[in-house]
Design a protein around this ligand. Sequence first.
Ligand SMILES: [Zn+2]
Length: 253
Amino acid sequence: MIEIRAYTVSDFIERYLPAQQPRYGIKATVLHHTYRPRAKDYTGPISIDAIRRYHIHNCGWRDIGANAYAAPDGKVYNARPLSWNNYAHAHISKSWSHVPADVRELAYPDRNWLNHHGFGIETIGDFDEQAIDPIPPALEVSLRVLAAVHTRYKLAPERLFLHRDVAYKSCPGNRISREWARREVSKRMEHPDPTIRIVLLPGSQPVACNAAIENGVTRCDLRPLAESLGCEVIADDIAAGTVYVRRADTPAS
Ligand SMILES: [Zn+2]
């Protein structure tokens, strides 16, 4: 049995996610709502355990369905690890002709494509009924976690899908549209900082190296910067924690 516990969103993003080893790589995300329990039914870990027991005993699954559960108290629970061969809780059960073209293009003919390549989060709430303006706390948690997953695995907001794209149900609730969900996730993603540019002199040539200022420190990708300076980057020894930068005119030793 996996150990499920409540994390703060930042702990989940900074500790839990980086420790995950996705079996097939993360190429998409899927947003769900639980429908039941509703936000007002949530009573902490007991509610997550009830969902888990339902998935195991009523659905016959190996364990709880999705990869994470976003709660109305602002916490996020870990769930199905990304190292398993089946996750995201998004089997493509609709007939292919009813599946949106963008999903079909990625997944056809694999009905488990999202389960193999997607990260799925369930939001505790019923968004057929519950208003989303202002955004309820559990939904805010889902959007922040999704934004972190999109940033970490370099996924455009357009790689976010709704469960109802692939199954005959309203999940994540009729009040949530794809456009809305993608826009809200995009707002929360870390985008390269458009206010800073690295420019090579002489000639004022801009270097495309994802420059950004984080906590007052300017960071950028090493390889494009080094290569634009006529150097070569040797990262064979990255497991040992060493990256070598060599001037291209230096003979190899
Ligand atoms: Zn769902």
